[in-house]
Design a binder for this molecule. Sequence first.
Ligand code: 5AD
Ligand code: SF4
Length: 442
Amino acid sequence: MKFCIENFGCQMNDHDTEKMVHLLLSKGMERIQDVNRADIVIVNTCCIREKAEQKFYSLMGRLRKIKRKKGTILGVTGCIAQQEKDGIGEKLPFIDFSLGPSSIHRLGEAVDCAIAGERHLFDFSNNGCIDSLLIKPGTRRGKIKAYITIMKGCNNFCSYCVVPYVRGREVSRNSSDILQEIENLALLGVKEVTLLGQNVNSYNKARDDLPFPDLLRCINDIDSIERIRFITSHPKDMSLELIECFGSLSKLCESIHLPFQAGSDRILKLMNRGYTIEEYRKKISLLRERCRDIAITADCIVGFPGESEEDFAGTLNLVEDIRFDGLFSFAYSPRKNTVAATLPGSIPREIALERLAHLQKIQKAITLEHNRAMEGKITEVLVEDWSKNSKEEVTGRTRTNKIVNFKGSSGMLGGFIDVEIVKGYANSLKGEVRKPIGGHTC
Ligand code: 5AD
Ligand code: SF4
């Protein structure tokens, strides 16, 4: 049978999709990209903002038509499945199964039921269950980068966020299991690992197992893993010990994603973020003291209920002072069950979008300045693939997580190459290899 998975959302969802692909391939099925030719279509969903939900429902409308013609089996997984629980069966009466993010280990069972003509909307009560964390996506030899889920869920209940409701409370995976998985990946040739979790820096906070900085130290000791990254971190859990890891662990890349969400203490309080702007700024200065060239990216929301022009000016100030390498900014979107959805002072959509455009314009110029400042510098690139834009160019990333495209050869794929940056663009860098072989290839 042929299956197709349509994926929406964050890296956790990307990784869950990798795991589901592995589960179905090991049942002897074939993965294809065309929903029209598939026997089974699975949609892995996201509900972090309304737009993601709308995209899902319009895709389901199209899939319903395909199902009418061809009898395609349709499954829904991910956060919308968890949010809607059994209600999804009424909203989308034509689907064959649904599974929340904590139940994806039961995908095979769900598919078998659907093939046998039974509808299966799974029990969604097992949000604390760790089984889905333990599935390892099959890794082909020669894969260069891999994600590893180290924890799931979130206990923070930021007032705007649906994640604690759909991904459940924090659960950390045993360090021994994580280290074993990374050792196996290293044997298969993986060079870069990204540790994943909604709140990675609170890994093992409430358990008698390795704290996060110690986990990083152990991974740093694994031969042939050359780069370590992690996403996403919460500023309040960014401990001094973790900050010390930057610059002292040779494989920990000089890059961090540290969402600040708002530049005003009043809004941060309403958001239930648990830190002040001063504390956030302090952590950024410590990170920069520790590791001068660290690239810093963040998330932020504009148009949160009650956000005044003055509050928004605080966000602009922070962005101009810190000069992030990149910023993911969003207009606030009210979400079901969340406290923020009940707050007074909703901001008209056109004002929120105006503020967003203003912020994005400022950030775009800063990102471009950062990228132009790289011109003339030699930097190590882990080459990942051929570039999509040119047949002669390969593409990879710097340790600071910037994309570099440069003229290269197939022998460079999977290797570390020293590249001179010749041009900085808005979203990438152009490089040139000055020496035939630089850095260390493998
Ligand atoms: N509205 C807008 N943006 C949101 N985010 C999370 N919830 C919402 C919401 N209700 C943003 C935050 C978070 C990122 C993944 O999505 O900035 O860090
Ligand atoms: Fe959502 Fe806040 Fe948890 Fe991040 S820390 S997942 S924004 S509740």
